[in-house]
Design a protein around this ligand. Structure first.
Ligand SMILES: *[C@@H]1O[C@H](CO)[C@@H](O)[C@H](O)[C@H]1NC(C)=O
Ligand SMILES: *[C@@H]1O[C@H](CO)[C@@H](O)[C@H](O)[C@H]1NC(C)=O
Ligand SMILES: *[C@@H]1O[C@H](CO)[C@@H](O)[C@H](O)[C@H]1NC(C)=O
Ligand SMILES: *[C@@H]1O[C@H](CO)[C@@H](O)[C@H](O)[C@H]1NC(C)=O
Ligand SMILES: *[C@@H]1O[C@H](CO)[C@@H](O)[C@H](O)[C@H]1NC(C)=O
Length: 188
């Protein structure tokens, strides 16, 4: 009688220890390996180099092509997102709405996508600080996008996630050089 109770206690103890170890291993793996990490998103305007700053006084819209690269190399899961819109801001006003088509970023992979948008030149040049910026030699734009989608781990785990990205785009007038730096975050 006594020994069978002892046997039960040992058995329970071993089971509990085993479960704790399994939970620890899974928690560690989740935080180190499987938990979705923010993808690296870069948005780079193409052809801005060809725009003559003085010609923008004679056109109303400029078609701006953008290359968007989403690098998922840190993630074990793939990310599938729905149609989205990126907003390009200049000094607090939206000057372009950039469509981003639904797509799949493979696990540990990279996605390049190109898109184009009408840059509302009128809204840029009528901004009171436009001439100050031209005098200072650079136009700074900010692009923001929220990509809503799903992270898929091993075919069977699906987690809803949103990748938020903000890019600071700086266009230097004299050198026609475009610099873009982006920051992203992922919300589960
Ligand atoms: C933008 O892309 C379109 C089609 O992909 C192309 O015809 C156009 O020349 C490009 N414009 C610039 C400024 O690169
Ligand atoms: C310029 O772009 C705006 C917004 O996309 C659009 O409503 C307008 O018709 C465009 N104008 C021209 C001349 O293309
Ligand atoms: C996403 O955009 C594409 C191209 O504009 C369109 O054909 C498709 O129907 C859209 N998908 C959804 C789910 O809205
Ligand atoms: C994506 O674009 C970058 C920069 O334009 C290029 O270096 C890279 O090779 C492209 N990758 C793919 C898979 O097309
Ligand atoms: C635009 O951004 C660049 C780099 O962040 C900065 O050096 C420059 O002063 C900014 N220009 C204006 C007009 O704010």
């Amino acid at each position: 009688m006594k020994s069978s109770r002892k046997g039960l206690e040992i058995c329970c103890g071993i089971t509990a220890t085993f479960l704790i170890v399994v939970a620890l291993v899974f928690t560690t793996l989740w935080f180190t390996t499987f938990k979705p990490k923010e993808p690296e998103i870069t948005a780079y305007p193409v052809g801005l180099e060809d725009i003559n700053v003085f010609s923008i006084f004679f056109v109303r819209n400029i078609t701006l092509n953008m290359t968007i690269t989403i690098n998922n190399h840190r993630n074990v899961g793939s990310f599938e997102f729905k149609n989205a819109t990126a907003y390009v801001n200049y000094r607090g006003g939206v000057v372009a709405e950039v469509p981003i088509g639904q797509n799949l970023v493979p696990a540990r992979g990279k996605l390049n996508t190109t898109t184009s948008a009408d840059l509302m030149v009128g809204k840029i040049i009528t901004n009171p600080v436009f001439f100050d910026d031209v005098a200072a030699g650079s136009l700074n734009l900010t692009a923001t996008a929220a990509l809503h989608g799903k992270v898929r781990l091993f075919e069977f785990v699906k987690i809803r996630a949103t990748a938020l990205s903000t890019c600071d785009i700086s266009f230097s007038i004299a050198s026609r050089n475009v610099q873009s730096t982006c920051k992203s975050k992922i919300k589960l």
